[in-house]
Design a protein around this ligand. Structure first.
Ligand code: AKG
Ligand code: FE2
Length: 315
């Protein structure tokens, strides 16, 4: 196995409720892929290549601004709690794996814009306007709207059906979902994201197209390259879905080693349930509040600097 499986969102959306819970062959495929890899390409997702390219170009233009301009949107200027969930982070700001140390990359984190609130991960991001970073905010929020309407609900339904649950089984947990929406800039020759797992339910990732890949995935006891497939997003399962499914599905370790002579942009969307949701891992009587898990993960990345997700388990 040296390439990752491909799931068609269009096929997943063809739910036939006449004979049971709507499971179709693509759901069965999704189930097997989630058991075995937890990492796959998502094609037929309905988001235009132009919008993705435009958002990447606007991101690159932002990251090429002088440092003192970018720092005006730093985490210390953000009002959402925790402020490490929003805004600009310079090179070597984030540690995803303790042994690798601080990552050589810059990031900007956005969220779903909701009225300011005391609830964690809820509120407005301080963003550069068009005079500072043309099209940065507008393209990102357009892409976010499309990810949250065209991909996330259908993937949640596909996963529910794959798990032999009714299609709308996850829906009440996600009607005010939390999304950490990030854009990353890896400088040429040495950009890095240390080994980690993502902490949420799943991540929808758009990576810039290069013939030589920089993203690597640990699956079936091997590190393999995640080649760039034009027009396909990547989806990887996170720790929270692993926990929810009582370790049936796996959150997959991955890392970025970017050695090309050009910079690389990627745009992941980390999807979490509603802030005040409570879920029970399948087959247990435990109750889990996803926000507690998120806050613990933020503490481990930004305060203790011991890494992201299950990074401590990864050598
Ligand atoms: O840049 C990438 O391709 C992946 C980034 C990533 O894994 C993350 O930010 O969690
Ligand atoms: Fe990741």
């Amino acid at each position: 196995m040296d390439s990752l499986p491909i799931i068609s969102l269009e096929k997943l959306k063809q739910i036939d409720l006449s004979g049971g819970n709507g499971k179709n062959p693509e759901n069965q495929h999704l189930y097997n892929v989630c058991l075995e890899h937890g990492f796959f390409y998502l094609k037929d997702h309905g988001i235009s290549t132009e919008l993705i390219r435009e958002t990447m170009a606007a991101s690159r233009n932002f990251f090429e601004l002088p440092e003192e301009v970018k720092k005006q949107y730093g985490q210390d200027k953000q009002t959402v709690y925790p402020n490490t969930s929003r805004g600009y982070v310079p090179l070597y700001g984030e540690t995803l794996h303790q042994t690798t140390g601080p990552d050589m990359k810059e990031i900007f984190d956005l969220g779903v814009e909701r009225p300011t609130s005391d609830l964690p991960f809820t509120g407005q991001t301080l963003m550069p306007d068009d005079t500072v970073a043309p099209n940065f905010a507008s393209s990102h929020y357009q892409l976010q709207r499309e990810v949250l309407t065209k991909i996330v609900p259908h993937l949640l339904r596909g996963l529910a059906i794959a798990l032999d649950c009714p299609p709308d089984w996850f829906d009440p947990y996600f009607d005010k979902l939390v999304a950490i929406h990030r854009t990353i800039y890896y400088p040429p020759e040495g950009g890095i994201a240390g080994k980690h797992t993502d902490n949420g339910i799943f991540t929808v990732l758009f990576q810039e197209y290069f013939p030589t890949p920089s993203l690597r995935v640990y699956t079936k006891d091997n590190w393999i390259d995640a080649m760039c497939l034009e027009d396909a997003a990547i989806v990887n399962l996170g720790d929270m879905l692993q926990l929810w499914t009582n370790h049936l599905f796996v959150s997959t370790p991955h890392e970025v080693l970017h050695n090309l002579n050009q910079s690389r942009i990627s745009i992941p969307f980390f999807i979490y349930p509603n802030v005040n949701a409570v879920f029970q891992p399948i087959g247990t009587s435990q109750t889990i509040n996803p926000t507690d898990i998120m806050l613990k993960n933020y503490n481990s990345i930004w305060v203790k600097k011991t890494g992201g997700g299950r990074a401590l388990e990864l050598k």
